[in-house]
Write a new protein. Structure first.
Length: 265
């Protein structure tokens, strides 16, 4: 549902008093659930990680804790059992979290967290230094799995439905940390390459230093996305900015490559 903006609309809603305030809450997204995310892709880790946060654009009421926790556990058991272990790392009224150890990296794990606001956070380990190549096909596969989750009826059971739930929209934040700590070299290193089955652009800087802001890649295009939007709508802005961060310099080639990649998902 498209948000209603403008001074005339604002004036009218104010004049309507309590009814106007109720209408304002229904038609204007507040984007509060996404602001509750705990981590940012700019931090350093011991591996290169895909970070994803997705949440309703509009605040919704919480369900009873037992119903929220049950819904979160059902999502993992029914849709993500091949990615995460059967037992939750933590389960409480404000958070349900599942972790999966990273092979070859002690005390590290990939994880997914559910919140009663509808916010889901995912951290997925992609590469462990000294490897500095991001497996792009795996990245897109994991994003596709999360995209399936938030389109499911099970996800709608995590939080209480709003009156206009069928027009529900989602905010996405997707990023990769630029630096990781290398045990072999004793310092921080950048990721340097992307590995994918699709041909990458040819024009590239000789020594790129990727960066990723706290809102990830393509965030301006990933506010208020329809819950029914196909996966390429989510991937296109993410891929374009990821390729630019990787040092590719021609915008036409970047967009063409992103289109080719999304056409195959």
């Amino acid at each position: 549902m498209t948000s209603i903006e403008g001074p005339v609309i604002g004036w009218l809603l104010t004049k309507l008093g309590p009814v106007g305030r109720w209408l304002n809450r229904q038609v204007r997204p507040d984007h509060r659930p996404i602001t509750g995310r705990q981590r940012s892709p700019v931090h350093q880790y011991y591996s290169f990680c895909l970070f994803v946060a997705v949440a309703p654009s509009d605040s919704a009421g919480h369900r009873l804790p037992v119903d929220f926790m049950s819904a979160a556990h059902d999502i993992v058991a029914d849709q993500l059992a091949d990615l995460f272990t059967e037992s939750a790392d933590y389960s409480g009224p404000d958070l349900v979290r599942y972790c999966q150890p990273v092979p070859g990296l002690a005390n590290a794990s990939s994880w997914i967290s559910f919140y009663p606001t509808g916010l889901i956070e995912l951290m997925w380990n992609l590469a462990v230094p000294p490897s500095t190549t991001l497996p792009l096909d795996e990245t897109l596969s994991v994003l596709g799995r999360l995209h399936d989750v938030v389109r499911s009826e099970a996800y709608r059971s995590v939080h209480r439905h709003r009156r206009f739930e069928r027009w529900r929209r989602l905010d996405w934040r997707i990023g990769v940390n630029a630096l990781a700590v290398s045990h072999d070299q004793g310092g921080s290193i950048w990721w340097t390459d992307l590995a994918t089955s699709t041909a990458l652009p040819t024009k590239r800087m000789t020594d790129p230093r990727p960066s990723c802001g706290p809102d990830g890649y393509g965030s301006r295009s990933l506010n208020g996305v329809s819950c029914n939007a196909p996966l390429p709508v989510i991937l296109q802005p993410f891929l374009e900015e990821l390729l630019a961060a990787a040092g590719y310099t021609n915008s036409d080639d970047i967009r063409r490559c992103a289109n080719d990649i999304t056409a195959g998902v």
